[in-house]
Structure formats: C-alpha cells, structure tokens
Write a protein that binds this ligand. Structure first.
Ligand SMILES: Nc1ncnc2c1ncn2[C@@H]1O[C@H](COP(=O)(O)OP(=O)(O)OP(=O)(O)O)[C@@H](O)[C@H]1O
Length: 256
C-alpha cells in the first residue's frame, strides 16, 4: 500500500501543554526496517514524540501514519477506541519501567494480550509465549514472577510481551535507563537481534554507543524541534549545528 519511504510518516506534529509547546512542527519519515534513534537533552520532547506515535499522548496538531493508515484519526469515540486498539496492536512499546503484571508469571505476562486481543486459545498463547521468551533468552525463567527477575530479565520479558503481538513497529523509550550498568548489555543484545531481523524501531536513548552501533539514523531533538539528523557515523563525527555539537560534546565524551 505504501512505498518504503513512508512506513512511519509523522506529519507536522505539534503538541502543547497549556502554553508550553513541547513539539514544534516535527515531520519524520521512517522506512520499513529502519532503526532510528532519538537523542537530546532532558525535556526536549523525545518521550512525548514517541508516545504520540501510538496516540498515548495525542498531538495538538499533525498526523501520524503507519503503513498507510492514519493512527490518530479523528473518529467518534467508539470508532476511535476500536481503531486505536487495532493500531496499538501493531505498535509494540517498551518503557523504562517494565510495567509487567506482578501477579503473573513471565509466561502469563506474554500470553495475556494474544489471548485477550487476538482470541488465541490458552495452548496457542502459551506456545507463542514460549517462542517469544526463547527469543529473548528467557525460556528457563518462563514460570518466574517479575519479583524473582533482575531488571534486565524483566525488560527482556517486556520486549517478548510486545513481540508476541507481532508488531509492525517497535518503540523503545529509554528501555535501559533504569537498569544497573551490568544489565544494560543483555537488553541491548536483544534489541540488536531485532535490528538484524529488520524490525522497524524508533528508540529514545541516552546511550550514544548503542545508537552508533545499531541505528541507521539519529535525530537530535532540542526544545521540541529536530535540530539535526543523519547516520550516526556522520552526525556524531560532523555535527553542523552548535546545539548538536554541545550536546554530543558532553555525551560522547561521557561514554568513553
Ligand atoms: N503531562 C504533561 N503535562 C505538562 N507538561 C508535560 C507533560 N508531559 C511532559 N511535559 C513537558 O514536556 C516537555 C517534554 O517532555 P518529554 O518527557 O517529552 O521530554 P524528554 O526529552 O523525553 O525528556 P527526558 O530525557 O528527561 O525523558 C518537558 O518540559 C515536560 O516537562
């Protein structure tokens, strides 16, 4: 239906909270299979933009399209609910805090949405949960509860849960920032594996090394605008804008 250019198409996204304009006319296209990192200082609007993609944080103005369908369509309430539920099934989201259900095992956390939303039988959903937990290296802990798992393990379960819906797009909002440093890599490895499998991903991150090694494009946001963007090997070496240089000067240095 769409060409590869506009698998994700954000058109003139604008968002205000009262008088505070958090996103100022952002347009962004992401091709199928592309991996885009969004970097920038605290408060620049990164999370707001990511949460606007599945309409968790609705835009004030602008359009979000995924694979030829407008996500934030204006519809009467009931129709909107049905539409957005269908769209959100196609958009996996992984947050900084894992948001797993504490009273459910890893298996049940992963199996729940496919059972509830896709009508899979318990057997089918359990099999799917096994496959997805295997993919993130968590099969041996399938019957553990979140409280029995490390942060990195919980985050891998959260990724498996998102993948179980077979999303077209994965959004990661600082998925590793709440983790102890020694647990970051196990989650990054899972994200790298998804990248190799051509999953389309938009990743808000503070980890420049990870962005450089995995992402096709990096967007630098500041004060609600995309200041500059490019492939990491270009942007990180030769930022053209002073704000980008200043930010990268601090953050690339901090990683070394
Ligand atoms: N619900 C809200 N009501 C009012 N202001 C908000 C709300 N959510 C976010 N903001 C403001 O919007 C701005 C952008 O926030 P956002 O969380 O998108 O930034 P960010 O770049 O993701 O920051 P960080 O790196 O610290 O997570 C900030 O000034 C924030 O205070």
């Amino acid at each position: 239906m769409t060409d590869k250019q506009d698998f994700v198409d954000i058109r003139h996204a604008q968002k205000s909270y009262g008088n505070l304009e958090v996103l100022k006319d952002i347009s962004l296209k992401v091709k199928r299979g592309q991996i885009v990192a969004i970097i920038g200082p605290s408060g620049s609007g990164k999370s707001t933009l990511l949460r606007a993609i599945n309409d968790l944080d609705p835009l004030t103005k602008g359009e979000i399209w995924l694979d030829g369908v407008q996500v934030n369509k204006k519809l009467p309430h009931r129709q909107y609910e049905k539409h957005i539920n269908e769209m959100r099934q196609q958009i996996g989201m992984v947050f900084q805090h894992f948001n797993l259900f504490p009273h459910m095992t890893a298996r049940d956390n992963v199996a729940m949405a496919p059972k509830m939303l896709k009508g899979l039988s318990k057997e089918e959903a359990d099999k799917l949960a096994e496959e997805q937990l295997d993919k993130v290296g968590m099969l041996e802990r399938i019957d553990y509860y979140p409280s029995q798992l490390s942060g990195g393990q919980k985050q891998r379960v959260a990724i498996a849960r998102a993948l179980a819906m077979h999303p077209k797009l994965m959004l990661f909002d600082e998925a590793t920032s709440a983790l102890d440093p020694e647990l970051v890599d196990e989650v990054n490895q899972v994200m790298k594996k998804l990248a190799e499998e051509d999953m389309t991903m938009i990743i808000v991150t503070h980890e420049m090394d990870f962005a450089a090694s995995v992402c096709d494009r990096v967007l630098f946001m500041d004060q609600g605008v995309v200041v500059e963007e490019g492939p990491p090997e270009v942007l990180f070496k030769n930022p053209t804008k002073a704000r980008t240089r200043e930010f990268l000067g601090k953050h690339l240095g901090a990683n070394k």
